[in-house]
Design a binder for this molecule. Sequence first.
Ligand SMILES: Nc1nc2c(ncn2[C@@H]2O[C@H](COP(=O)(O)OP(=O)(O)OP(=O)(O)O)[C@@H](O)[C@H]2O)c(=O)[nH]1
Ligand SMILES: [Mg+2]
Length: 159
Amino acid sequence: MPQETKVLFTGLGGSGKSTCIKRVTQNYFDKRYIATLGVEVHPIFRNRLTIWDTAGQEKFAGLKDGYTIQSNVAVIFVDVGNIQAGLRNLQVEVSNIRRICGEIPIIIAFNKWDLYKPDNPTHAQFLQILKQTGFPVVKLSCKTGENVDFLIQTILYHL
Ligand SMILES: Nc1nc2c(ncn2[C@@H]2O[C@H](COP(=O)(O)OP(=O)(O)OP(=O)(O)O)[C@@H](O)[C@H]2O)c(=O)[nH]1
Ligand SMILES: [Mg+2]
């Protein structure tokens, strides 16, 4: 693992990046939505990882390229509740990451898994599309806590 490991959290506004950090650091689900302004930097895991939690909302994302520089791994959040927009955004995120950071590992965090309905054909179809990207897909819920630890393990595994 590089000495200072920079983990980029990216994805649309409201996809759950900041909530994920609260779940990891405080084991707490925050049901409020307070949009991140620019970026928040969080050392976690005995300072082995530094998560850069970026703003998903376009109006706060002016310096996004600068925050992305020298990331060692990127986690793109896609929200079950906003799946179509999340998928469209995925392509934008991947090309930005490739342009700025080259061939770093990319992980898809399919968040708000508590909202996933297996009998909803759209949900199942989108899960299939995400898997076909070839990136590791972690299905997690920051609300219930399901697979949040597994996301961290997946990040560590890919470093
Ligand atoms: N049902 C459900 N809601 C969630 C989950 N994770 C986050 N949320 C909610 O989604 C909303 C947005 O969460 P944030 O973590 O602030 O989203 P963000 O990606 O940081 O948004 P920006 O900072 O604008 O980029 C909040 O109301 C959270 O409570 C989840 O797993 N399930
Ligand atoms: Mg945020």
